[in-house]
Design a protein around this ligand. Structure first.
Ligand SMILES: *Cc1c(COP(=O)(O)O)cnc(C)c1O
Length: 374
């Protein structure tokens, strides 16, 4: 750690949020819009959607993906396509609410298994004890783009005949053992929401190597029918040509965006006092995407003090993820997850986006390094 430079003073800062959506050059987006105006093809498996699916798969180094309307409906379709409705789904309490709500929305029962304090992902060593005769799947999250223990999860799933669905909403561009993190599990789902590292305004994708599951997703996302042949119950989960246009104009910039975030992450690493906050440990075989910069404070009071001091400077980190999802008020029974409940009180994501200035990072680090616990 090196001491952050002292405050420059002077001009008031413009508001700094936890993230700032990347927008590609407008002219490049407009070029794609012209194609839509020429073809008058706005949705339903159009040419831009096909080009987007193909280019995004190539970027990720996977065979195919299916572009859908958003990540949440992607998770819902994944549960249906994997044929696990009505069962217990083992999942993590430390995530965005959509992980749990998609399980409930599909009429399944979430069974929470506590997290590892080092990665904040589900603790694979605790999964086996939660398996019952009703367990049908494991829905784990690569939270903040950090990898779950994919090997242990795969071996448990194999042993007990469970499906593995990864909520990879944060995992775009992250790689583990040389492969995209989205290439693991029976199904992986990513989100392309505007707050995510890579986005299509709203959107998401479903990735699977299982041809039967892929076929079911293909039908289900389009009302379950092909022409007049109604094969199964479906819904509308299609993404439009306009969403594909945003994705196609952003994709050429993803690497440079990740590189910029890596640099900013380096500034935080340089300035933050490691005694004050815990940063998450990275696995040696893991290539991060620098989507988030989570820090775990020693106490909730320390976190609240830091948030209040930064807010006065017009800087707004976010409490991600709070509260722990096992405490949601609409769950039927309370399942205690002490590690997740504790960490959810003490964790926040610091601002991280292309264009964030080094002096702002220094300012944030100084506030954290000097914050009191009381
Ligand atoms: C954003 C997010 C989702 C939902 O994705 P949408 O595209 O917004 O529907 C699901 N899970 C996690 C962990 C997320 O962060």
């Amino acid at each position: 750690m090196s001491k952050p430079p002292s405050e420059a003073g002077g001009s008031a800062l413009e508001r700094v949020n936890v993230t700032k959506t990347f927008l590609p050059p407008l002219g490049e987006f407009v070029e794609y819009l012209k194609k839509i105006w020429d073809s008058v093809w706005l949705t339903n498996q159009g040419p831009l959607l096909q080009e987007f699916e193909q280019k995004t798969s190539a970027y990720l180094g996977i065979d195919t993906l299916q572009f859908v309307a958003n990540g949440t409906i992607g998770l819902q379709l994944a549960l249906r396509a994997a044929d696990v409705l009505g069962g217990e789904i083992i999942t993590t309490p430390f995530s965005y609410v959509a992980t749990t709500s998609s399980i409930l929305w599909e009429g399944c029962s979430p069974v929470f298994v506590d997290i590892e304090p080092d990665s904040l992902c589900i603790d694979a060593d605790k999964i086996e004890a939660a398996i019952t005769s009703k367990t049908k799947a494991i829905m784990a999250v690569h939270v903040f783009g950090l990898p779950c223990n994919v090997e242990e999860i795969e071996s448990l799933a194999h042993q007990y005949g469970l499906k593995v669905i990864y909520d990879g909403a944060h995992a775009f561009g992250a790689r583990y053992k040389g492969r995209s993190l989205l290439d693991y599990g029976d199904i992986s789902v990513c989100s392309f929401h505007a707050t995510k590292l890579f986005h299509t305004v709203e959107g998401g994708c479903i990735i699977t190597k299982d041809r039967r599951i892929a076929r079911r997703v293909e039908l289900m996302k389009h009302f379950g029918h092909e022409g007049d042949n109604h094969q199964m119950l479906g819904i509308n989960a299609k993404a439009s040509e306009l969403q594909a246009a945003m994705g196609l104009s952003y994709l050429p910039y993803i690497e440079q965006n990740i590189a910029a975030r890596k640099q900013i992450t380096g500034w935080y690493d340089e300035y933050l006092d490691g005694e004050r906050v815990t940063q998450l440990k990275h696995h040696p075989d893991f290539e991060p995407n620098y989507a988030y910069f989570p820090v775990v404070f020693r106490t909730e009071q320390q976190l609240l003090n830091v948030l209040a001091t930064l807010e006065a400077k017009n800087i707004f980190p976010r409490r991600y993820f709070y509260p722990s999802l096992n405490t949601l008020p609409y769950l039927e029974n309370f399942q205690h997850c002490p590690i997740s409940e504790d960490i959810a009180l003490r964790v926040a994501c610091l601002p991280l986006y292309l264009g964030l200035e080094k002096r702002v990072v220094a300012d944030i680090a100084r506030v954290i390094n000097e914050a009191s616990d009381v």
